[in-house]
Every structure is written in structure tokens, then in C-alpha cells.
Design a protein around this ligand. Structure first.
Ligand code: 16G
Ligand code: ZN
Length: 548
């Protein structure tokens, strides 16, 4: 009863906005910040319940990523540090839209019963809270805290302004009994980075990548953090621009650079040829680019697909060093299953390249939760969206084997090629975020690999040539009218539309095109690819007409 009155009382302080229906979407709730207080409060309740249910620490991140500064959002990190389990999404939609405190209480009571969530005898719920640099973040974080503490005994721990991947990393660390602070995060990344830098092969020519890396911080949290962190990085010189003086995500950031294919604000022809990178507003996306000379802000874009290809190349090389001379049935060998996961947005040339490398390539629908889940099925699963969100996951079984064999190699053949390959893979598993895509750790791994290969950004970009592509969006009354299948490559509804799309595709050599409802905006997205930009443009626009 105490619990019930506490909930009713606090819910009364956060009335939902009238006439707005919110949905958890691909990556949590997102809307204009002024509409979100009650939603965030309610997600606070959900996080406390999730913590009770799992007996673990849960995370809440207040961010709207690459969206405009007046927007905000909230997403939940599960005990592993990954996204909230999909089974709880319907409950989060339901409570976000409950019209009044009583209906909210009723939904919660039913859900607690159904999920058999116990309140007594357990350790109290604990939720780690973080937010990006948006001005609305502070008040929303307070609302989330009030939601958490409206569950008796639950604690909300404020981690302050952090990147999304930092918060996910902290949740994961806490649940593994490790210290969850920003300094332990920086320490782990810088230590594994140094280890990898020390393991560079001898005699690799220094091929132009000793120059400074110039980073666009999107005027958000990532730029701020990198400016702090770079002092801990030996052997890498970084200049951070757009550290927060300008408007968040406005003409800056990974989303802008990847979609518009132009240099962000504060970059221009004076930077032509330099190795540059761009983070998004909450630093979970990363793309590289290089400004072209004399071409008003045009760039050579090195997107998520190419980061994935670079990672895959490096990991595959280390695995083959480890397996050299070991026959397939060898006792001390471990045939690690390496797999890569992409979405339909991956450039067709990247998929061809990865397949030619002999890799297993799997497609999933858009959204980190799908890619992550798939990648976790491999011993080493590398996933990336073309937009720059991705990471590398290592299975526990493989890491166990790797640690053991690293120990044996250390005692028998210290300094051997195999021992170094094992050290490198272990360091990568420490460097790269195991919870979610992380621009800061991804950037460090890219830098290490470029050093290792002795490659410039141009050499890297030459791995394969992107097919020209075009993305369009079509505003529609009801985006749910489009239903897709096969990782969004086929539209099964409206009936007949796929056949019509196929007729258009057939007009272009190497043409590829798909449509899907956006998970974050009221639009249908169109993606088209062909052998020339004109062809990709015209394929996209003729398919967009079919949707309209
Ligand atoms: C969200 C997703 C991102 C996806 C994008 C697609 C997460 C953490 N983020 O930002 O992975 O690419 O949505 O947006 O899952 P769309 O559905 O509007 O095209
Ligand atoms: Zn983001």
C-alpha cells in the first residue's frame, strides 16, 4: 500500500502531454524535449522494475543522439549493457501512454504480477543515469530519478554528462563487479590502446598517418570527452573541433557528414587531404572523411561499412596467424567463427568485398538491437551500420580459450608472431566496447589498425569503391502501411509494390533498391544503388513516386 500511494502521488506530478502518442521506437523514446517529462518519469519506473526483475544494475540514458538540440529522448540499457530486451517494449509503450496516475498504477500492478517481480528480500533496485549535453537534459534526468525513487528502496545514481556508450559500458562493468566510473573507462581504453600500439609489426613503413587526426565533435558530449581523454593517449595526436561552442548537430556530426557527404562546419579546403573523423551527438557513431581540394566542401567519405571492412581484415589476419601450421583437427586450435553483420543500407560493394574475403555476412533489419543480437552468435561478431554505429563482440568461450593459449604462448614462445596475435586480439576485446557501438573506442581501433597496416586514409578508402547511392524520404500519412521482410530488402505490403519496385530496378545494371518505414520519423525511406550517380538518383526518385 505504501508503494501504491507513493506511485500515485509521484505520478500526479508528471501528467502526460495531451494528444501525443509516444512509442519506444528503434532506439527508445524520442520527441521534442518539452513533451518528454512524463515519459521519462515513467521510464524511470520501468528501469527500477527491470533492475528488481534481473537483480542487476540498469542504465538510463537521456539523449536524442544526432537529432536537433531541441529534441531529447531516453533509452534503457539492460544488465549486459546492451539494449532493453524487446519483450519489455510493449510495456514501455503502454505506460508512456497511460492517461492518468490510476491507469498507470493498474498497468504496473498487472505487469509486476505477470513478470513475477518480487519487491522484498531482494537487493534494492539500482539505476545508473546519464545524459548528453542538451540543455533539457538536467530537468529530464531529475524526472527520471523521481520515477526510479517512486519504487520503494530503488536508487538512481547520476553519472552526469556522459556519452551513450560510456553509460552502457558502466552498466556492464558494474554488473561484472568492476568499477564503473569514467576514469576506469578511460583507463581501460588507453591501456589497451597502448598495448596495441606497442604490438605494431617491425619495419612497417610510416605512410602518412602519423599526422594529426582532426575530429569533429558534433558540438556534443563526444568532443568534450575526447578533449579530456586525448591527454592519456600516447603516440596519437588529436585535434578536436566543434567541442560545444556551436549548436549541437547543426551542420556537424557523423549523421550530417554521412548523409550529406560534405565537410562539417569548421572544416574546409584548408584541411584537404587530412585524416578527419566525425562523431555524432552522443558519440555512438563514427565516420572518417577527408576533404577534397578545391571542391567546395566535398569529401571522400569513409563510412561504417569501410570501418567494418578494416576491422574484419585485421581480425581475420590475427586469427590466421594464430592458426598457422595448426591442422584443422589440432587440439590446441580453436576454429573461431568470425562473422560480420550489416543492414540493407550497407553499400553493395562492401558486401561483395567482405564475401570475397571469405567471410560469413548476415543482414538484419535496421537498429542496433538487431545487429548486436546477431553478432553475439559468433565467436567474433563484427557489426556496423553504414551510418557508423558498430562494434566487435567476442564470445566468452573464445576469450577463455584465447587467454589460456596466450598464457601458454607466453611461457613457450614469448615474442613469437602467434603470441603477439593473441595479445592483439585480447587487447581489441578490451578496447572495443562490448556493450554497444562506441565512437571513441572505435576511433582508437581504427588508428591502431592504420598504424599497423602503415596505411593512409586514402589507402584505406581504396579497399573497394562504393557504388553510387541515393537516399530519399517520402512523407506519408501512415508509415505502417509499408511492411517489410528479409531484413527490409522486400516490401510485402502494400500488395504489389515490390513487383513495381522490381520493374524499376530491372532498368539499371547492378541496380538495388528497397523501401522501409523509418523507426524514428514519420516517413518512408527509399534507398537506391546503381553503377552511376545519375542512375541511383533516378532509380530512387522513380521508386519514391511509387510510395507517394
Ligand atoms: C536509430 C538506431 C540506429 C538506426 C536509426 C535508423 C540505435 C541505437 N539507433 O538511431 O541504429 O540506424 O535509428 O533510423 O538502435 P530510421 O529508422 O529513422 O531510419
Ligand atoms: Zn547516436
Amino acid at each position: 500500500e505504501k508503494q501504491q500511494s507513493l506511485l500515485l502521488e509521484s505520478a500526479a506530478r508528471f501528467p502526460p502531454p495531451k494528444g501525443v502518442k509516444l512509442s519506444y521506437g528503434t532506439a527508445g523514446f524520442r520527441a521534442d524535449a518539452s513533451l518528454l517529462e512524463s515519459t521519462v518519469f515513467r521510464v524511470g519506473i520501468l528501469a527500477a522494475l527491470r533492475s528488481l526483475k534481473t537483480g542487476s544494475v540498469i542504465g538510463l540514458m537521456i539523449t536524442a543522439s544526432h537529432n536537433k538540440v531541441s529534441d531529447n529522448g531516453i533509452k534503457v540499457a539492460d544488465p549486459s549493457g546492451g539494449m532493453l530486451t524487446q519483450d519489455w517494449e510493449p510495456f514501455s509503450d503502454a505506460i508512456a501512454n497511460a492517461p492518468d496516475p490510476h491507469s498507470l498504477l493498474q498497468l504496473i500492478t498487472e505487469f509486476v504480477k505477470k513478470e513475477e517481480i518480487g519487491f522484498e528480500g531482494r537487493q534494492p533496485a539500482e539505476v545508473l543515469l546519464g545524459r548528453d549535453t542538451r540543455p533539457s537534459g538536467e530537468a529530464l534526468l531529475e524526472a527520471a530519478k523521481q520515477g526510479i525513487t517512486s519504487i520503494v528502496g530503488a536508487i538512481g545514481t547520476d553519472m552526469g554528462v556522459v556519452t551513450t556508450p560510456q553509460l552502457h559500458w558502466m552498466v556492464r562493468a558494474r554488473n561484472r563487479g568492476l568499477e564503473a566510473s569514467e576514469s576506469s573507462y578511460f583507463h581501460q581504453l588507453s591501456t589497451s590502446f597502448r598495448c596495441l600500439m606497442d604490438l605494431k609489426p617491425e619495419g612497417i613503413s610510416k605512410n602518412g598517418n602519423d599526422a594529426t587526426l582532426v575530429v569533429d565533435g558534433a558540438d556534443g558530449v563526444g568532443g568534450e570527452k575526447l578533449e579530456q581523454f586525448k591527454k592519456m593517449l600516447t603516440g596519437l595526436c588529436i585535434e578536436v573541433r566543434n567541442r560545444g561552442d556551436g549548436i549541437l548537430n547543426e551542420g556537424v556530426g557523423a549523421d550530417y557528414v554521412q548523409k550529406e557527404k560534405v565537410a562539417p562546419r569548421s572544416f574546409g579546403t584548408a584541411d584537404a587531404g587530412l585524416r578527419c573523423a566525425s562523431l555524432d551527438g552522443d558519440a555512438d557513431r563514427l565516420v572518417y572523411f577527408s576533404v577534397l581540394p578545391n571542391e567546395n566542401n566535398k569529401i571522400e567519405l569513409v563510412d561504417g561499412d569501410k570501418i567494418l571492412s578494416l576491422f574484419a581484415l585485421f581480425i581475420k589476419e590475427q586469427l590466421s596467424i594464430l592458426n598457422e601450421g595448426v591442422d584443422k583437427k589440432g587440439n590446441d586450435s580453436y576454429q573461431a567463427r568470425l562473422g560480420v553483420v550489416q543492414t540493407a543500407y550497407a553499400n553493395g560493394a562492401s558486401t561483395d568485398y567482405l564475401k570475397e574475403m571469405g567471410l560469413e555476412v548476415v543482414l538484419t533489419p535496421t537498429g542496433v538491437k538487431y545487429l548486436h543480437e546477431k553478432a553475439a552468435e559468433f565467436d567474433i561478431g563484427i557489426y556496423f551500420e553504414a551510418n557508423g554505429h558498430g562494434t566487435i563482440l567476442f564470445s566468452e568461450a573464445f576469450l577463455c580459450w584465447l587467454e589460456a593459449s596466450h598464457k601458454t604462448l607466453l611461457s613457450t614462445s614469448e615474442g613469437s608472431a602467434k603470441q603477439k596475435a593473441a595479445s592483439r586480439l585480447l587487447a581489441v576485446s578490451q578496447l572495443i566496447n562490448q556493450a554497444v557501438g562506441d565512437a571513441l573506442s572505435g576511433l582508437l581501433l581504427v588508428e591502431v589498425i592504420l598504424k599497423y597496416m602503415g596505411w593512409s586514409i586514402h589507402r584505406w578508402n581504396e579497399l573497394y569503391h562504393d557504388l553510387p547511392s541515393r537516399q530519399l524520404k517520402v512523407k506519408v500519412v501512415d508509415r505502417t502501411a509499408v511492411v517489410t521482410a528479409n531484413a527490409e530488402t522486400v516490401a510485402v505490403q502494400p500488395i504489389g509494390i515490390q513487383e513495381a519496385i522490381n520493374v524499376e530496378i530491372a532498368k539499371y545494371p547492378r541496380g538495388r533498391c528497397f523501401i522501409r518505414p523509418s523507426g524514428t520519423e514519420d516517413v518512408i525511406r527509399v534507398y537506391a544503388e546503381a553503377t552511376s550517380q545519375d542512375a541511383a538518383d533516378s532509380l530512387a526518385s522513380s521508386v519514391a513516386k511509387l510510395v507517394d
